[in-house]
Each structure stands twice: as C-alpha cells, then as structure tokens.
Design a protein around this ligand. Structure first.
Ligand SMILES: C/C=C/C(=O)SCCNC(=O)CCNC(=O)[C@H](O)C(C)(C)COP(=O)(O)OP(=O)(O)OC[C@H]1O[C@@H](n2cnc3c(N)ncnc32)[C@H](O)[C@@H]1OP(=O)(O)O
Length: 272
C-alpha cells in the first residue's frame, strides 16, 4: 500500500507568503490565505511556488476535502509582481521557470473555492478564474489591467474569459483593462455569490462544508466531468460524462448513497 502524504508531516512554519488553517464543521477544509500585505498580495514567483507546493500537498492528503483560497479584506491579489516582472527579459521567460507552477490550481482534483475581497487584478483575477467557484465580498474589484502596462494576461485570462463570459465581454475586459466590481462580476458570470466583506470567508467555508458532506471520490468525479465541458466538444463531453457516470457504479459510495436513501438515513462515505 502506498503511504499517504499527510500535511501534518510537512513543515508549515516555513510558509512565508501564505497562512494555512484546517477549518470547517468536519475539520476537513483547508483554508489558504495569501499573506503578503505590504504588496497587496502581489504574486511574486516565490509566493506562487509556495502556493503550488501547498495545494499539491493538500490535494494528496485525504483528510482534506475542499480548499478555500482567500486574501485580505484589502486585496485578494493585486496581480503578478510588476516590480519582479520588470526585471525579466524575453529569454528569462522562454528558458526559465518563472511561470512554471502558476497553473497548478487548475490541475488539482479537489474542489477549490476563491473567496475574493478587495483587489483581484491581473493575475489575481486569473487566479480566481482557475478556481472552481468564486465567492466575492461586496467591495471586490476585478480586472485585467495587463494591457495598460504593456503586456497581456498570461495566466489564462485571454483563454478562460471567453469560456466564462461571451466574446464581447472577454474582449472588453482584456482590451480596456477596466476594473469592475462584484455586482458586475456576478452579472458576467465570474462570481456566483456576493457577501458582506466581513462575512465572506465564513460563508465560503459554509459552502465548502456543504461540498465536503458528499463523497470525496464522487465530488472529484463531478469536478472532472464539469471541467471537461471547457476542454471538449459537446459530443465528446457527453460521451466522457457517460463513462464517468458508469464509473461511479464501480464505487462503494455509489452503492452506499443509494442504499442510504432507501433506508432513510445519512450515508456513511468511505471514498472507495
Ligand atoms: C501574467 C500576469 C500579469 C499581471 O498580473 S500584471 C499586474 C496586474 N495588476 C496591476 O496592474 C495592479 C497593480 N496595482 C495597482 O494598480 C494598485 O496597487 C491598486 C489599485 C491595486 C491599489 O492601489 P493603492 O491602494 O493606492 O495601493 P498601492 O500604494 O498602489 O500599493 C501598495 C503597495 O503594493 C505594491 N503593489 C501593488 N500591486 C502590485 C503589483 N502587482 N506588483 C508589485 N507591487 C504591487 C505597491 O507598489 C505598493 O508598494 P510600495 O508601498 O512599496 O510602494
């Protein structure tokens, strides 16, 4: 049997740009807080490596079911670190590993929910776009201002926006760099719910708890299947959904879920 990776065995004291807590009604929600206040959580390379490493470890630790990613009340993240980027040359990006770990969030199996208060600009908005669900505080400000500093969104913005919103919205957001608020973000479809600033994180943890009540193996299958809709044609997606649906019939949790319904009791998930 393969020994499981446990977060407790890892040195969390070494985290420099992040805070990590185990939260939730079942103590199975990982709360990650971006913690670089002096730069409004600007995403420097070191922060992103730390975030990527931590998220991968949580994804491999079965005692966690859902991840919540947040920042401060002032800023979720003010984008990639412009001061750090301004030193880079074309060849640094071409041959170096500057952006190597930045899309880890979009590749993990467990659900990850963004709780966005304050500024989420550039890479901050793109980080939210990589998450599975986005909740926002009333004062959240989004935008893709890269065009105003002589570059383009490089963390998926030009590709994910047209998949979240329509072409006209995607183009307007990316071509103007205009900022927009939480209500506009909800209208566009980036954000699913808005809460008062001080309540956002607790409300997001409540959402994580509702997801965590379901079977982890089935939750991960749902996530995989929904994400296929962004990668494939409808015909391919429907076929893959059928395969994944059939695969749930090979799990004990599918049997337990249906049995518990018939027996009028709560299911006892084993994630097998
Ligand atoms: C591939 C991805 C590309 C990208 O993501 S490009 C970056 C896109 N993001 C932006 O263009 C936003 C840049 N930041 C701002 O426009 C402003 O900030 C805000 C509107 C978010 C907030 O303004 P205010 O409240 O006046 O704060 P403040 O004095 O500008 O910032 C406080 C400290 O934070 C640093 N900081 C803010 N954003 C960044 C950043 N993205 N990269 C590096 N540092 C940043 C500042 O410089 C300053 O620091 P100090 O006190 O030493 O002057």
């Amino acid at each position: 049997m393969v020994e499981e990776l446990k977060i407790e065995n890892l040195s969390l004291d070494s985290l420099k740009y992040l805070k990590f807590e185990r939260v939730g009604a079942g103590n199975d929600v990982a709360l990650i807080t971006l913690n670089r206040p002096q730069a409004l959580n600007a995403l420097c390379r070191e922060l992103m490596v730390e975030l990527s490493d931590l998220v991968l470890k949580i994804d491999s630790d079965s005692s966690f079911k859902v991840i919540v990613l947040t920042g401060s009340e002032k800023a979720f993240a003010a984008g990639a670190d412009i001061k750090q980027m301004s030193e880079l040359e074309f060849t640094d990006l071409l041959t170096g590993s500057y952006f190597q770990s930045w899309d880890t969030i979009s590749k993990i199996r467990k659900p990850i929910i963004a709780a966005v208060n304050g500024f989420a600009l550039g890479g901050g908005t793109e980080l939210a776009l990589m998450c599975d669900i986005v909740y926002a505080g009333e004062k959240a400000i989004f935008g893709q201002p890269e065009v105003t500093i002589g570059t383009i969104p490089g963390l998926g913005g030009t590709q994910r926006w047209p998949r979240f919103a329509n072409k006209s919205v995607a183009m307007e957001v990316c071509l103007t760099g205009d900022k927009f608020n939480a209500v506009e973000a909800k209208t566009i479809g980036l954000v699913s719910k808005i809460f008062p600033v001080a309540e956002l994180v607790q409300e997001t943890i409540k959402l994580a708890d509702r997801i965590a009540k379901n079977s982890p193996i089935i939750v991960q299958t749902v996530k995989k299947s929904v994400n296929l809709a962004y990668e494939t044609t409808l015909a391919q997606g429907l076929q893959s959904e059928q395969h994944l649906f059939q695969q749930t019939f090979a799990t004990n949790d599918r049997k337990e879920g249906m049995k518990s319904f018939a027996e009028k009791r709560q299911p006892n998930w084993t994630s097998s």
